[in-house]
Design a binder for this molecule. Structure first.
Ligand code: UTP
Length: 694
């Protein structure tokens, strides 16, 4: 179709979307060498970006506390395990609000199982948004810690990541421009939405490697992986060279400023020969594709993007190749998808062009996808309040306070509901436990009765069958036997000798009586057993009644102590359903408390802004008319500088407002209550008291 570009094949829409790349591919893009002064004018804004992303001490403290907590509550559950932080927070290349990466080193090999188990533990202790990613190259559990607000990733046995973090940390120590350039590049990439590996662009780590590579090329830093002494480790039967030459130092011959380095960074990669070269910081300079053996596979990003097929083909590998410094088989561009590649190339050209024209840094970094940044801290805590009138901010504060009040009531109600449900579950457990022995006996008797009944039936059947075959009762048989016997054995009167026939009949009758007698005795024994069993049965039935009365009495007694249980059906199922209810209320409480935490922060922020506006240049901390904002020890920042959320956290942690002391009291009394109540299944109490079974 005519609307497609004949050179690039891009549609009109895509030509606009990838404007700079399209211009470059059609030979129309011109980037003129900028004046030195123009580049220097980026100095201040870049400095601001760097300083705004400087971690606050309170962040470090929160990270340490969280690490300690996870060591105790998660890592200690696996024998011989070790939990180690890695990633940008450790290498000092972190943007504000960056993830907290942790590696659990563990002997057991079934990583997926471990990840799932950890996920369960974290959910149990109230961590939020817990996700277990078992299909990834490195299985990860992701979650948000509601206390610190950190997004945390725990991966298992991610040993190389520990080493590459150490490598980046060593580079960062060599020259402050490493951190500065990394922060500016990562900040720009984040805002331009090209630093999102799960969505098909470079990982933040890949951008850091590109920064190191550029600074090695610029001779700002040496190649720390060079040198004679090599350190080789083996992981899962593969060897890795993890040499880091810590002896080397920067030679300081390159004194380029941060804006100059940033501009050369953009120019370097905007015009880089990705077709023939592969980035390798391990090698200290690019490697040719032939040497590395990573071919520029088809289809290209443009082919995929221009494909009219309903399901476009998967892009070939190794287009924007970056060799991992330690895992040399790993191309960091493996995650990049077709649109991602076009975006990255377009953005690099755009940044170089705009910088060369002196466009403001703020506009160069204009946010493309605000949704991605919504969980991150704004650099300037008051950015949204600056153009609002005092009246509007006051209105926002009043609204927030009203929400806090309403939420406090909701939390109180939930607390009360939870306590009564716990009481109920416990009382019900009490009844069930106290009467369980009785119920056991009761059950044994009933089983005995059933068995005995069966026996009685069988004996009765046998006895009756015999009796139906015998025409005479036993005593008559015995009499008759005696009579016939004496008749057959008495002295014979010669005149009255019985005929032979008659004598035969007598004998036959005698034998029949004898057989009948045996049967009759058997029937009589069966009858006796029958009588005995009936007696036993009656005795057991009496006992049963006694147990039933005892059970009723015990239940009655407990019911009198616990009126909540009246009219309730008391059984284990019912008790379990109360446990479940306790757990659900706990969950709701956790969520409400999270909301409360956010509202309190917001209220603190609004108050801080009003104070800042009304206090004048001295900062006005001595005013003291605002009871809710009295820092104990934290030193306030200069009123004129931007205050970040980290600063505010520091300030808030030094506060001792009425509500916070009240809250502390509540927590301790809650803990005491929990101890009294025993284990009802749901996690209760503060984090350090968490003892839930996994
Ligand atoms: P990230 O990409 O999150 O980088 O990877 P980061 O340096 O921590 O940057 P922020 O905090 O997101 O801004 C985290 C860590 O995971 C390892 C690296 O150690 C990296 O520091 N990693 C990441 C790899 O080893 N390989 C990869 O391909 C990606």
């Amino acid at each position: 179709m005519s609307s497609k570009c004949e050179i690039t094949g891009l549609s009109q829409e895509d030509s606009k979307l990838f404007e700079y790349l399209h211009s470059q591919l059609t030979g129309k893009l011109e980037i003129n060498e900028p004046e030195k002064e123009m580049i220097s004018s980026f100095g201040k804004p870049l400095e601001n970006t760097v300083s705004n992303n400087k971690g606050h001490k309170s962040d470090d403290r929160r990270r340490e506390n969280l690490l300690k907590h996870l060591q105790k509550s998660v890592a200690s559950k696996f024998s011989n395990s070790k939990l180690t932080p890695f990633g940008s927070a450790e290498s000092d290349l972190a943007l504000k609000g960056a993830d907290f990466d942790l590696c659990l080193q563990i002997q057991e090999a079934n990583q997926k199982k471990i990840i799932k188990r950890i996920g369960g533990m974290l959910r149990g202790q109230g961590m939020e948004s817990v996700q277990t990613l078992t299909g990834a190259k490195v299985p990860i559990v992701k979650f948000v810690d509601p206390r610190s607000g950190f997004n945390v990733d725990i991966s298992i046995n991610n040993i190389l990541a520990l080493h590459n973090t150490r490598l980046l940390a060593n580079y960062a120590k060599l020259d402050k421009r490493v951190r500065e350039l990394a922060i500016c590049v990562k900040y720009w990439a984040l805002h331009r939405d090209i630093s999102d590996a799960p969505n098909g662009t470079f990982s933040s780590y890949a951008w850091s490697v590109l920064v190191i590579n550029h600074l090695i090329q610029e001779k700002v830093i040496p190649n720390l992986q060079s040198g004679e002494d090599r350190t080789i480790i083996e992981i899962e039967k593969r060897e890795y060279d993890i040499t880091i030459n810590e002896e080397l130092s920067a030679d300081k011959s390159n004194q380029k400023s941060l804006p100059e380095l940033l501009y050369s960074f953009f120019m370097n990669y905007a015009t880089y020969d990705w077709n023939d070269k592969i980035i390798s910081i391990r090698n200290g300079e690019s490697i040719s594709r032939d040497e590395k053996g990573w071919m520029n596979e088809e289809p290209s990003a443009l082919d995929v993007s221009n494909s009219e097929e309903e399901r476009p083909p998967r892009m070939g590998e190794h287009h924007l190749s970056i060799e991992d410094p330690f895992d040399v088989e790993h191309d960091l561009s493996r995650v990049v998808r077709a649109v991602g590649e076009l975006k990255i190339r377009d953005e690099l050209l755009r940044a170089a062009k705009l910088m060369s024209e002196g466009t403001k840094w703020k506009d160069i970094c204009g946010t493309v996808n605000p949704d991605r940044l919504k969980d991150m801290e704004p650099e300037d805590l008051f950015h949204d309040l600056r153009d609002k009138s005092d009246g509007i901010v006051k209105g926002m504060l009043d609204k927030t306070k009203a929400e806090i009040e309403a939420l406090e009531k909701r939390i109180e109600a939930l607390d009360a509901e939870r306590n009564s449900t716990i009481r109920m579950a416990r009382a019900m457990r009490g009844v069930i436990d106290e009467t369980s022995d009785l119920r056991k006996e009761h059950k044994a008797i009933i089983t005995g009765l059933k068995d005995r009944n069966k026996n009685l039936d069988s004996i009765k059947t046998q006895r009756d069958k015999i009796n139906s075959d015998i025409i005479l009762p036993i005593h008559m048989i015995e009499d008759e036997l005696a009579k016939v016997y004496s008749r057959l054995t008495e002295e014979i009167d010669i005149h009255r000798v019985p005929s032979l026939e008659k004598e035969k009949i007598q004998f036959a009758w005698f034998l029949e009586l004898q057989a009948m007698h045996g049967k009759a005795r058997e029937a009589s024994e069966l009858h006796q057993r029958f009588i005995n069993l009936v007696k036993e049965q009656k005795g057991e039935i009496k006992k049963l009644k006694v147990y039933e009365t005892k059970h009723d009495e015990t239940t009655m007694k407990l019911l009198e102590q616990e009126p909540l249980l009246k009219d309730k059906n008391i059984n284990s199922n019912e008790a379990r359903s109360y446990d479940r209810r306790v757990q659900n209320i706990q969950k709701a409480l956790r969520e409400r408390r999270g909301e409360m935490h956010k509202l309190r922060r917001e209220s603190g922020r609004l108050e801080a802004w009003m104070r800042k506006k009304n206090s004048g240049p001295q900062g006005g901390r001595r005013g003291g008319n605002n009871k809710q904002f009295k820092p104990k020890s934290s030193k306030p920042k200069e009123a004129s500088g931007p205050i970040t959320l980290g600063d505010l956290s520091g300030l808030l942690s030094g506060l001792s407002t009425d509500s916070s002391s009240k809250k502390e009291k509540k927590v301790s009394s809650k803990k005491a209550g929990m101890k009294r109540l025993g284990n009802l299944g749901a996690h209760r109490g503060s984090r350090s008291h968490f003892k839930k079974k996994e």
